[in-house]
Design a protein around this ligand. Structure first.
Ligand SMILES: O=C(O)CCC(=O)C(=O)O
Length: 339
């Protein structure tokens, strides 16, 4: 709507100082001319510099080995994360639980999420041991670069449920132009056939080669034929990794009770499942405006509020549906393994 342009210009400008990442929804962020002058590259550099400062202040409580692994690789894998009896109890409680679920279909794959809201927490008392775990809490905050309580869900990945092109998550990508945290505590073994998570170790680092790649991609991302790249999650082919001095991906085909936590500025993907499996996990997500100078404090992370954020977001999303169609559809009461 061209007549709205002068009204929206201040909003587009203000968004430059937030995590807004879509090259198509904001004409400044998507402008090939501004990006040739270095707009995208400057946002990337500034966001990483701010994160490094905040992470330095969040480092002390993180176990030294976890910090070293994360700083080197951008991803940490911790096997046998919960004590065996707690994990067994968590599995039993989680597989028996049914709650208000949301689903999103991407290609042939359904992603189902149930909020770890107060009702879920009452039904899964063993979850408390995970959410209050000091090692997890410190690492989640360090990786996110903020002193925030992550959003927590029960998530199921159900590949090969539609006859459709492949799930777009199987193409390697960076979620954002800035560091952000995602984590998975797998409730069952994740063999290769079920489509494990994969990560390009070291790709969380903003090297000169990566910065040049970001700048190059920002010139054409808006007009390219990949919808998700245009929306700011740049896709990369594994054949391009060597030129960025990066290794081939590591596939996390891991046993049950493994925690994987990653900076999703690093290149990652879900590998292609070869059967219609159901991968069940506790899934966590932590990000905030990357240009914020301080690591905390976050009122939304307070107990009593933190666990109500997901239902609140869903409710707000439903209210704004007409303005902004949202992909997460309510599907009634479901359990994590229902088909
Ligand atoms: O579920 C996975 O294994 C990875 C999904 C993914 O690529 C993402 O969350 O961005």
């Amino acid at each position: 709507m061209p007549q709205l342009t002068p009204l929206l210009a201040p909003l587009w400008f203000a968004q430059l100082f937030t995590g807004a990442k879509s090259f198509v929804d904001n004409p400044l962020i998507g402008s090939p001319r501004l990006n040739a002058l270095g707009l995208h590259a400057t946002r990337v550099r500034a966001a990483h510099a701010m994160t490094a400062r905040r992470r330095a202040k969040l480092a002390a409580p993180v176990e030294a080995a976890d910090r070293a692994a994360f700083d080197r690789d951008g991803v940490v894998e911790i096997r046998d994360f919960l004590p065996a009896p707690t994990f067994q109890a968590l599995r039993e409680q989680l597989f028996a639980y049914r709650g208000p679920a949301r689903e999103m279909v991407q290609g042939d794959t359904i992603t189902r999420r149930l909020a770890m809201d107060p009702a879920a927490r009452r039904a899964l008392p063993a979850f408390e041991r995970f959410s209050r775990d000091a090692r997890w809490a410190a690492l989640a905050r360090y990786v996110a670069g903020f002193d925030i309580e992550p959003l927590l869900y029960i998530q199921s990945i159900l590949p090969q449920r539609h006859s459709a092109p492949p799930d777009p998550q199987v193409r390697f990508h960076a979620d954002t132009f800035y560091p952000a945290m995602k984590a998975w505590l797998f409730l069952e073994d994740v063999p290769l056939e079920t489509g494990p998570f994969a990560y390009v170790k070291g790709s969380h680092k903003l090297t000169p080669a990566r910065l040049a790649w970001e700048k190059q991609r920002s010139l054409s991302a808006r007009d390219g034929d990949c919808r998700l790249s245009a929306r700011g999650s740049l896709r990369i082919d594994t054949s391009e990794l060597a030129a960025l001095e990066l290794p081939q991906p590591t596939v996390f085909a891991v046993p049950a009770n493994t925690l994987v936590i990653a900076d999703t500025f690093g290149f990652h993907a879900r590998t292609q499942a070869s059967l219609p499996a159901t991968r069940v996990e506790i899934w966590a997500y932590g990000r905030r405006n990357p240009f914020r100078p301080f690591r905390g404090w976050d009122v939304l992370s307070l107990p009593g509020i933190a666990e109500r954020r997901v239902p609140l977001r869903w409710w707000l999303g439903d209210k704004a549906e007409k303005l902004m169609p949202q992909p997460w559809r309510p599907v009634g009461l479901k359990g994590p393994t229902d088909d």
